[in-house]
Design a protein. Structure first.
Lengths: 378, 637
């Protein structure tokens, strides 16, 4: 009898639940809570009716869906994902191609992916699924891990979805894909020399990527170098974000009291620029608390990776850690003028169902890894 | 080497790399924290000051554009609330652009591809609003507002758009499109010159017709308000209105939309009957120069422009060989044919070449003086008419008579009298795109690099052929000046300013360009001749119309182009007429010119158009229109 039956039975016995990582769940819930409070604060003075309230309600609904997925994923043995890696990869390509086709309006509006009023962004879930695909591939390389072919095949696997999201055009997600690839290759034990060469090559291609961008994307991209060069034009948003963050001071101006970032219904503000609200309303202390929560969370994720029962689990954990870290760096870095403005959600905090549900699904897989890491292998 | 996998076939796990990963993570988080400390704690005060200063901004308040009414107070150009779908690119998530536009397209019935094109074509700040669909209905605008939360980056704004109406109030702008014109968005290139004058991005400006020539009056003066805004540039509340907008001036045209309709009906009928592709008919009050109707066919629908014309629609207009966007009454020049004999007649009498009573021989073919024997110019009937004096020569339109007049007068005096009657110069009507036309003279020939004008050309110029080119409005205005006793009036298209209901509050004065230099007796002779054209000339049964006056006028044709298979040349046909109380009187209050381009049916279709118009205008019971097969009963000269 195979692994399958045993795992199935054990799931029902619930032996693993003793190893459930409560800290991981706690940090996640705290970050979601920060997101809800900040989203409410950002939308509080919304002149276009009760946007703040519906946003809060929606986030709660998404969190509930996400947590359900979290527990389902936790209770299933994550090794199942390895068996499914090939179909998962095809699904990712399918989803992204679908998004692109819908994006260019080939089939009209009927294919708009709206489930129960929730506008689903397929690139979000693709990130988590691609981590599984890469983990499957890398963990099977074993003694061949140090070869150049490892890097090239992994890069090729990642290249297709990366180009698809880049074409959308979603530069931010493309960057996250690249970050995940680098992080997982590094932790898989791939050759540092070969990686260095490939990274150098990719950096050499950067000007080509920049030349493929829309003019406004390019302007926005390089604002961070000198935001006050064009404060009314392309860099307007960044200048305003810096003003908002800066005026937060030590302790912030308080929730919903109407500061720089407290102005009505601003979609970008409750999504990509949500950290300006955190920084302005809660000040330096609040910002550091939020950064610390991310720090604790990353610590738990890495710990789970370290203790994982096998390389497959370890690589999934590392991939998720990289994803969260890269998004955090890009998003917060952008708001405080250290990174180009690309538009990417801040994990758990940014208002948006697809990001939140995908992340909670990923955290569920982590719990599954954690709960099965102390189990003797068959 | 740490191996936590008990020697199984699995990847080795490197503790060094785990530690490195953790350290890098910690460094990144520390850097973020350090930058936050610098921004918030070290420079916090500075940013707070900047934030406060950035919060208020001056925003222009557009003034409502002036309305346009016809002379009876019927609205012809109005502002209707319309909803415009804008995109603020910065707020539009890149990855969802396609789906959001598709959704907007479904709610508004617009074309997502076209919206995408307009968005992609935009080259400005991503915080600008890019109008992607104008003229959206109220229902669709409400639906968009309901889904606002699912449509980030989509901003629906109310903005008035122009709606052009016909005489019944229906939104049919084609009736008056060449007069009223249309507005269009200001382009980015124009903005550099227009911005100092107060034009805004995505502003509109008159592009054609009255909308263009009275742009500064219609536009009014934009106001200014100080508002508080949010970091995304969204307006939150108005702090104060620094300057109230001044609405644009409402204008009343001299045109009567009902008359315009009758003229259009008559011209459309004639053009269809004679298979003519371009036609012009203009009606004027000769006493004041007021244009009562100005029809140029084919016309275009200016409402299409008001809502932002699509490239396809615009290309259809551009590709049309009959150039529907042009006002043929003022923007195109044609040989005037025999209608020009008015000029030659006046010139010959004023220069002492002939008197009203002196008879001249006419010929089947007139030998050009100085040319080789046999090089002659035919009279139109190829027989001649025997000896004729001015009135009969004008009535019978004898070409050989006027060849002699032109040659004896000389090309330069002929040109001077033409200029006196308004040819070769713009009339100054307040419509854009007027052409001055071409009048042959020695100076004109020198500009062509020639020593002078050939005698044959002078003869041809005397009957309005060959090198003479005029606008239909010039022909009408010259006859109107003769009809009113010698005042060349500035053609008026705007009668005055009105209040918002279309009641006249300020009337513009008619303007005399000049009093004709010709002796009043000379003009009287020409008026009698013009009456004779109708009564004894070859205008056929138009004399039988039961009109409240003594219709006077002149036919004309001008051959041009290449021989048709049956050996004839296509020709333009003209008919110009005015209606005084009696022959020779100067009290006419109605003058009309009709022009048909490239008729292939023999005869003068323009005379039929004027006849039909007069029947409609005076509500005559009898229909004297000829069957198109019988058009040739009115000789084409």
């Amino acid at each position: 009898m195979g692994v399958a039956t045993a795992t199935f039975v054990e799931t029902f016995r619930g032996r693993e639940w003793r190893h459930f990582d409560v800290q991981l769940l706690l940090y996640v819930l705290l970050l979601i809570g920060v997101g809800i409070v900040m989203g409410f604060s950002a939308g509080y003075n919304d002149p276009s009716a009760a946007g703040g309230m519906t946003q809060t309600v929606k986030t709660l609904i998404w969190a509930a869906i996400g947590l359900t997925l979290f527990f389902v994923a936790a209770s299933v043995d994550y090794h199942w994902l390895r068996t499914l890696a090939a179909p998962i990869y095809l699904v990712v390509l399918g989803l992204l191609t679908l998004t692109m086709l819908v994006g260019t309006n080939l089939f009209g509006a009927q294919m708009s992916v709206t489930v129960a009023g929730l506008d689903f962004q397929l690139s979000e879930v693709s990130k988590v699924l691609m981590i599984v695909v890469l983990a499957t591939f890398l963990s099977a390389r074993r003694e061949r891990i140090g070869r150049l072919s490892t890097i090239l095949v992994a890069a090729a696997l990642m290249a297709i979805p990366t180009l698809l999201v880049f074409r959308q055009p979603d530069l931010g997600t493309a960057l996250v894909f690249v970050g995940i690839l680098v992080g997982m290759l590094f932790m898989s034990g791939a050759s540092l020399g070969w990686m260095g060469l490939v990274v150098a090559g990719v950096l050499g291609a950067a000007p080509i990527v920049v030349s493929m961008l829309q003019e406004y994307q390019r302007q926005r991209l390089f604002c961070f170098l000198d935001p006050y060069a064009d404060p009314q034009g392309a860099c307007y948003q960044l200048v305003q974000a810096l003003n908002a963050v800066g005026s937060g001071g030590w302790l912030g101006r308080g929730l919903t009291v109407g500061g720089e970032s407290q102005r009505g219904y601003i979609p970008v503000q409750s999504t990509d620029f949500i950290f300006t609200v955190v920084a302005e309303d809660l000040g330096f202390v609040g910002s550091i608390v939020v950064l610390a929560l991310f720090g604790f969370l990353l610590w738990r994720v890495l710990l789970i990776g370290w203790q994982a029962g096998d390389a497959f689990g370890m690589l999934i954990a590392v991939g998720l850690a990289t994803m969260i870290l890269v998004q955090l760096l890009i998003n917060v870095g952008m708001v405080i003028g250290m990174m180009p403005v690309t538009g990417i959600p801040l994990p758990f905090i940014t208002y948006g169902g697809s990001s939140l549900i995908s992340l909670l699904f990923g955290m569920g897989i982590l719990q599954s890894i954690r709960m099965r890491s102390h189990k003797p292998t068959l | 080497m740490a191996d936590l996998n008990d020697g199984r076939l699995d990847l080795r796990r490197s503790s060094a790399r785990f530690i490195a990963f953790g350290i890098v993570t910690a460094i990144f988080l520390t850097v973020l924290g350090g930058r936050l400390f610098q921004l918030q704690v070290v420079s916090g005060g500075e940013y707070a000051r900047r934030a406060a200063a950035d919060r208020t901004v001056d925003v222009p308040l557009p003034a409502p554009r002036g309305l346009i009414f016809d002379r009876e107070g019927r609205p012809l150009a109005v502002n209707t609330p319309s909803w415009t779908v804008n995109v603020r690119p910065a707020d539009l998530p890149d990855a969802r652009t396609g789906r959001i536009l598709a959704r907007v397209a479904r709610l508004t019935g617009a074309d997502a591809g076209v919206m995408r094109e307009r968005l992609d074509a935009f080259r400005g700040s991503p915080y600008d609003l890019v109008p992607v669909e104008r003229g959206v209905g109220r229902e669709a605008a409400l639906l968009l507002a309901e889904e606002a939360e699912q449509l980030p980056g989509i901003v629906v704004e109310v903005e008035p758009i122009r709606r052009y109406l016909d005489e019944t109030g229906e939104p049919v702008g084609a009736l008056l499109s060449h007069v009223v014109g249309y507005t269009g968005p200001v382009s980015r290139e124009e903005l550099t010159t227009l911005e100092p004058e107060g034009y805004l991005r995505a502003d509109v400006i008159g592009r054609s017709g009255i909308e263009a020539s009275f742009e500064s009056d219609l536009r009014g003066r934009y106001g200014m308000q100080r508002v508080e805004r949010d970091p995304s540039g969204r307006l939150l509340k108005v702090i104060e209105i620094a300057r109230e907008p001044e609405p644009g001036t409402n204008l009343m045209l001299t045109v009567d939309a009902r008359v315009q309709r009758l003229v259009t009906r008559a011209l459309e009928w004639g053009m269809e009957a004679a298979d003519v592709s371009q036609g012009v008919t203009v009606v004027m009050n000769p006493q004041t120069g007021e244009i009562l109707a100005m029809v140029s066919l084919p016309a275009y629908e200016n409402n299409k422009f008001a809502a932002g014309i699509s490239v396809e629609d615009f290309n259809v207009y551009l590709a049309d060989p009959d150039r529907p966007l042009r006002n043929h009454a003022i923007s195109d020049i044609y040989p005037p044919g025999s209608t020009y004999k008015l000029v030659t007649g006046i010139a010959a009498m004023e220069e002492g070449v002939t008197t009203a009573s002196r008879e001249w021989p006419t010929y089947a073919c007139y030998q050009i003086p100085g040319a080789p024997e046999g090089e002659c110019l035919f009279d139109w009937n190829r027989q001649g008419f025997g000896p004729l004096a001015m009135v009969d020569a004008f009535a019978k339109s004898s070409d050989t008579f006027f060849y002699q007049m032109a040659i004896a007068t000389g090309v330069d005096p002929l040109a001077e009298w033409a200029h006196d009657l308004g040819f070769g110069e713009r009339s100054g009507i307040r419509l854009p795109g007027e052409e001055p036309g071409i009048i042959a003279s020695t100076e004109w020939a020198r500009r062509q690099g020639r020593a002078g004008v050939f005698t044959g050309e002078v003869a041809q110029a005397g009957i309005g052929q060959n090198v003479i080119a005029v606008t239909p409005l010039q022909v009408l205005n010259a006859y109107a000046a003769v009809a009113n006793g010698g005042r060349l009036m500035r053609p008026m298209i705007v009668r005055g300013e009105t209040d918002a209901s279309g009641a006249l509050v300020r009337e513009f004065e008619p303007e005399v360009i000049r009093t004709l230099a010709a002796d009043p007796a000379t003009l009287h002779t020409m008026r009698v001749g013009a009456r004779e054209v109708i009564t004894s000339g070859h205008a056929y049964n138009i004399r039988d119309l039961d009109l409240p006056g003594a219709l006077s006028g002149k036919t004309g044709t001008a051959e041009f182009g290449e021989l048709t298979p049956d050996g004839t040349l296509p020709f333009h046909s003209w008919f110009v007429a005015y209606l005084p109380s009696a022959a020779g009187a100067t009290d006419a209050e109605l003058a009309v010119v009709s022009f048909s381009y490239s008729a292939v049916v023999p005869g003068n279709v323009s005379a039929e158009v004027v006849k039909y118009f007069l029947q409609l205008y005076y509500e005559l019971d009898e229909d004297l229109r000829l069957d198109p097969n019988d058009f040739s009963l009115v000789t084409a000269n």
